[in-house]
Design a protein around this ligand. Structure first.
Ligand code: UD1
Ligand code: MG
Length: 382
């Protein structure tokens, strides 16, 4: 049998009205990475070519995809945001592969495993459409579409239109679908606007397939992997889950956190075994910390390399710098675009900018002299 091929469509044109920030929610970050980059990078790593349907603040979305150099990506425009079904219609001219995977852009915690399981299930059953369901009693699931199965039929009803009394018990639609391309080509244009909202819903395709007695299959996934982000509260919840994953990863690599819940970690960081991270520490993208370091409470470190056996004392802010092994920095030090050589002590309240310190093996430390708050109160003394 000919190998089945797949391409993906990511729906990313929506107005993010429930975010209430004025900006597309897909540009907001979780652990330092924009929401839209999560599904896009995942599909790219799986070697699935993708089209993003963009509209609201489309330049912002395109810039994010460009920033990560995500390959095999094209864009189509949905000029007016007339619903998820309409967004999919806008992409029709790009369909070339046997199966079309359609994903909402607002599901940052989606994984390879979930997508692979959907593909396997879909092809094994030779389905017209397969989609992912989930269960949750979490408040943030209230607005999701409900999957109603009865008398050999299946359909998805949006929560706001759902009249079934016990609709809280029903499976939820995760917003991840795999369509046979021929099915989509023959049915998509028959979608009509919803009577109540005027929007065209992708979810109506499930009823179409079911009414035509075509095969519709579902698989269940954990809610945390497929939760949609529609509000800032849901963004906070999703980021919290992502951060917990990162904390677990680093703990398993031998990193000790004083108060893991109060630490802020980005995706693109490294921490060596035996290192201790104090409460309230903020470690942002591009930060590489060596082995057996101590990063004390409330230190802010961004895009900085720190070699082994360094101690950063509390409340230090360090950006775009390189600190060689054995140094001590802070408390309350500020380093920017600087290099600190081996075993140097940068004492309290010192600010170092655009400098290399310690080449001559001298040790620099701060000495509070003069009147508090006067311009000369911070000295660097040899
Ligand atoms: C959608 C599903 C719902 C499902 C939920 C899962 C529909 C009608 N409802 O609801 O059944 O439970 O996802 O999270 O599909 N978008 C466009 N153009 C538009 C509208 C939206 O590109 O005109 C994009 C958005 O940018 C977003 C995605 O489609 O990435 C989903 O839109 P959203 O408004 O979040 O749908 P939900 O209400 O969450
Ligand atoms: Mg959503």
């Amino acid at each position: 049998m000919k190998k089945q091929t797949m391409q993906a469509i990511i729906l990313a044109a929506g107005k993010s009205s429930r975010f209430n920030t004025g900006n597309t929610k897909l540009s907001f970050t979780l652990c330092g990475q924009e929401m839209i980059a999560y599904p896009a990078k995942l599909l790219s790593a799986m070697n699935v070519p993708m089209t993003l349907v963009v509209g609201f603040q489309q330049e912002t979305i395109k810039d994010i995809i460009k920033k990560y150099a995500i390959e095999k990506t094209t864009f189509v425009e949905q000029e007016k945001q007339l619903g998820t079904g309409h967004a999919l219609m806008c992409s029709q001219h790009t369909w070339t592969e046997d199966h079309i995977l359609v994903l909402n852009g607002d599901i940052p915690l989606i994984t390879h495993d979930v997508i692979n399981a959907l593909c396997t299930h879909h092809t094994t059953h030779d389905a017209a459409v397969s989609f992912i369901t989930t269960y949750s009693s979490d408040n943030s699931a209230e607005g999701l579409g409900r999957v109603i199965k009865k008398d050999n039929t299946i359909e998805i009803i949006e929560a706001r239109n759902c009249t079934t009394e016990d609709f809280t018990q029903l499976p939820l639609n995760a917003g991840i679908y795999l369509f046979n391309r021929q099915f989509l080509e023959t049915t998509l244009l028959s979608l009509t606007p919803n009577e109540k909202t005027g929007e065209i819903y992708i979810t109506d395709l499930i009823k179409y397939a079911s009414d035509k007695k075509l095969t519709v299959t579902t698989i269940n996934a954990s809610f945390d992997n497929v939760r949609g982000v529609n509000t800032l509260k849901e963004l906070w919840a999703a980021e919290h889950i992502k951060r917990s994953e990162l904390l677990t990863y680093w703990m398993n690599k031998g990193v000790r956190f004083a108060a893991a819940l109060n630490v802020c970690l980005d995706l693109d960081i490294e921490i060596g075994a035996g290192t201790f991270i104090g409460t309230g520490a903020i470690l942002l993208n591009g930060t590489r910390i060596g082995k057996n370091c101590i990063i004390n409470a409330f230190s802010y470190i961004s895009n900085t390399t720190i070699h082994d056996n360094v101690e950063i004392k509390p409340h230090s802010a360090i950006c775009d710098s390189l600190i060689h092994q054995g140094c001590q920095v802070g408390p309350f030090a500020h380093l920017n675009k600087s290099i600190i050589q081996d075993n140097v002590i940068i004492g309290n309240f010192i600010e170092v900018k655009n400098s290399t310190i310690g080449e001559d093996k001298t040790i620099y430390f701060a000495c509070l002299g003069g009147e508090m708050g006067s311009e000369n109160s911070n000295h660097t003394v040899q």
